[in-house]
Design a protein around this ligand. Structure first.
Ligand code: HMG
Length: 445
């Protein structure tokens, strides 16, 4: 079967940085370690006054096209995944194509464009759509551009405020990809949930604690479903497991449950049995409550074993580097987790080609999807061409008052004029409103 997957990736962060421990925690009256240790977050990215989901997406796509020497005629499909759209009809992909057409001679009239919505998981759904389009042989030799872009803002003083973020990931999907090949097996866990939603409103209605339970429940279902399709999983099968990362603390919880599931009935469970006993089995308990209590005890002990810590340090920790510095990017989040892991592998000269990733995506509302990817030999060259570390490093650090201004600036219900904090440089910028209330964009040289 033809190998199809991600040939190249670009990442674009919002240009402002809110330091959570130094700037946000004191204003909230919180211990900074609630953020750095509890949630695992150090900073959030925010868009400057001239940035939004279109500019971040277009700037990521532009850098990707330049780096890969692509022209519009090479791209047969542009899909944008976002939950921050500002138009119920015209998709963000048309705005992004319009931006790119300002800087290329050709156009994207031949390209099929769309917009995918299912909370954070739509980034992965768009990736799947692009892969399926190529596997179906409908691409006529062209690649697909998939862009996951979000400004993840919560209402001021709401529980999610600490987990905000803004950024875009652009991915180029082709046959014989340079970075990763996707497996055809997928597992799903999907249910009608109301943990996090935006019923015609910009900022989410969210039940934070419940959303974490729903995340874990859907992930468990997706892993079981994946195993139905692909056979049992084992922790040693995967070099890295990139998860949807609303904040690293969430992944800490999900990874522990995933590890417990994967080692059940294996030699790892046997080896650990001397120290922490065997995993509780449902048939040995009279009630579900007693069984769940026993599982909780087992998992608490498992967390402190050397085997688990070592596995977590190798397969999970490296996926969290970028996210801990930028916050939740919603649709892009699992894709920056993959980039983080691959960057770590390239920087530490890991021989990763041929090894597998287990990619665990999630979106509230709610659905989890798990699939496997095989790393290709070109991955190191691709991630080493990224400048995300520089982007993160050179963000403008904003004060709490400036954060309040920028939050208002991006609040659709307010029309706040604000002087930018940074100077745009060779990038697309938001440039005001057109006669039909459309947003306008310009490329600044
Ligand atoms: P909160 O009430 O602000 O925080 O809500 P907390 O009091 O639960 O503390 C957070 C953690 O820090 C806890 O760790 C504390 O113990 C710890 P845990 O017990 O859970 O392991 N902590 C400390 N640690 C060290 N030193 C200290 C300290 N103090 C506390 N001094 C919550 C947290 C996540 C609920 C909130 O931020 C929220 O509502 N976030 C938004 C919803 C969210 O991110 N949900 C995640 C799952 S749903 C999802 O991922 C989908 C999503 O991306 C949307 C989409 O799909 O579109 C959100």
């Amino acid at each position: 079967m033809t190998a199809v997957g991600i040939d190249a990736i670009e990442v674009r962060t919002g240009r402002l940085k809110l330091d959570l421990a130094e700037t946000f925690a004191p204003e909230m009256g919180d211990d900074p370690e609630k953020y750095t240790k509890g949630l695992g977050l150090f900073a959030s990215s925010f868009p400057d006054a001239y940035e939004d989901i279109v500019t971040m997406g277009a700037n990521a796509a532009h850098r990707l096209m330049e780096r890969k020497g692509l022209e519009p005629q090479d791209i047969g499909r542009i899909d944008v995944a976002t939950e921050s759209a500002f138009d119920n009809s015209k998709p963000v992909s048309t705005y992004i194509a319009g931006c790119l057409e300002q800087v290329y001679d050709g156009d994207f009239h031949h390209a099929n464009k769309g917009e995918r919505k299912f909370a954070c998981i739509s980034g992965t759904q768009s990736l799947d759509d692009a892969v399926n389009w190529i596997l179906a042989g409908r691409n006529r030799g062209r690649g697909a551009l998939v862009i996951a872009t979000d400004t993840a803002l919560y209402a001021r003083d709401s529980s999610g405020e600490a987990t905000q973020g803004a950024g875009a990931v652009a991915m180029y999907i082709t046959e014989d990809p340079s970075m990763v090949e996707l497996s055809t097996e997928q597992g799903y866990g999907s249910a009608d949930e109301t943990d996090f939603l935006k019923p015609n409103q910009q900022f989410p209605s969210v039940d934070g604690k419940r959303s974490m339970q729903v995340y874990l429940a859907r992930m468990r279902e997706a892993l079981t479903d994946f195993e139905r399709a692909a056979g049992d999983t084992h922790p040693d099968d995967y070099a890295f497991i990139p998860f949807h990362t609303p904040f690293p603390g969430m992944v800490r919880k999900a990874a522990l449950l995933g590890y417990r599931h994967m080692i059940r009935g294996t030699e790892v469970e046997d080896e650990l049995a001397e120290d922490i006993g065997r995993q509780p089995r449902r048939e040995n308990f009279d009630s579900r409550e007693e069984f769940e209590e026993a599982i909780k005890g087992y998992v608490d002990d498992l967390k402190d074993t050397d085997a688990y810590r070592e596995w977590y340090g190798e397969a999970i920790d490296p996926t969290l580097d970028i996210s801990s510095q930028v916050g939740n990017w919603y649709t892009g989040s699992v894709h920056i987790a993959r980039v983080s892991a691959l960057l770590h592998a390239a920087e530490t000269d890991m021989d990763l080609a041929g090894q597998k990733l287990l990619v665990a995506s999630y979106g509230s509302g709610a659905q989890a999807e798990i699939h496997e990817e095989t790393v290709k030999p070109g991955f190191a060259d691709e991630v080493e061409a990224l400048n995300i570390d520089d982007q993160i490093e050179t963000r403008q650090d904003i004060s709490f008052e400036e954060y309040e201004q920028i939050h208002d600036r991006h609040n659709h219900e307010k029309s706040v004029e604000l002087e930018p904090f940074t100077q745009p440089d060779e990038e697309f910028v938001f440039d005001g409103w057109g006669p039909m209330n459309e947003r306008k964009y310009t490329y600044i040289q």
